[in-house]
Design a protein around this ligand. Structure first.
Ligand code: CA
Length: 225
């Protein structure tokens, strides 16, 4: 699940990015309205979280730009202003929810999950399936052959990435940037360890094996025999 955050206050932006990354989401963070709108129009997100007061263009204009381009991703507004007018304006422009700063992270996470659940995410986007492996994006559960598999948040994100791009060889650098938000290729040990643990849970007791190492290239998930 990919979320766009548009927030100019570094402290709040970083806090949201870290919290939502730990909750297993893939995050892009923009620091101003124009960057945010550009990302919203060029990438695909399951949700956008917009601050209202932003440099460049404000959150309302970002939302209008998104809707004008025909994108119907759910949008959740964050704002310090708690007036009824703002609330009405946001909802009229097509925001899906509204959260007033300061807020508890747990409150935000609950709203994010609710918005995603009702925000036009249909059944086909709720589950990823490869062979008998099933990943439930909303309830964040994984099972194989009907058997529940317990994954850490990082393992879940890693498996989600591999399943979304099944059949595609994913280089370690791509996995590092998507799952760990790191741009490096030196410390690939982190990825190897994570893959090994994931494989132990997802593949060891089952056939066919789904996660494959492609020497010198990366990893691929597929149900090849
Ligand atoms: Ca702001």
């Amino acid at each position: 699940m990919k979320i766009l955050i548009v927030e100019d206050e570094p402290k709040i932006g970083n806090y949201l990015r870290q919290g939502l990354t730990e909750a297993g989401f893939i995050i892009d963070l923009a620091r101003d309205g124009l960057d945010g709108l550009h990302l919203a129009l060029t990438e695909n997100y399951n949700l956008a979280i917009l601050d209202v007061m932003l440099p460049g263009i404000d959150g309302w204009e970002v939302l209008q730009g998104i809707r004008r381009a025909g994108k119907d991703m759910p949008v959740l507004f964050l704002t310090a202003r708690d007036s009824v007018n703002d609330r009405v304006k946001g909802l009229e422009l097509g925001a899906d929810d509204y959260l007033v700063k300061p807020f508890a992270f747990s409150e935000l996470l609950a709203r994010v999950r609710t918005v995603l659940r009702r925000g036009g995410i249909t059944k086909e986007f709720e589950f990823l399936r490869v062979a008998d492996l099933e990943l439930d994006l909303i309830r964040r559960r994984v099972d194989r052959s009907g058997q529940k598999i317990n994954l850490t948040s990082k393992e879940f994100t890693l498996l989600e990435l591999l399943m979304r791009r099944q059949g595609e060889v994913l280089p370690r650098s791509l996995i590092a940037s998507q799952v760990w938000d790191m741009n490096f290729d030196s410390d690939t040990n982190v990825i190897e360890v994570a893959i090994r643990r994931l494989r132990a849970k997802v593949d060891d007791d089952f056939e066919p094996k789904l996660i494959h190492t492609i020497r010198g290239m990366g990893y691929v998930l597929e149900a090849a025999e």
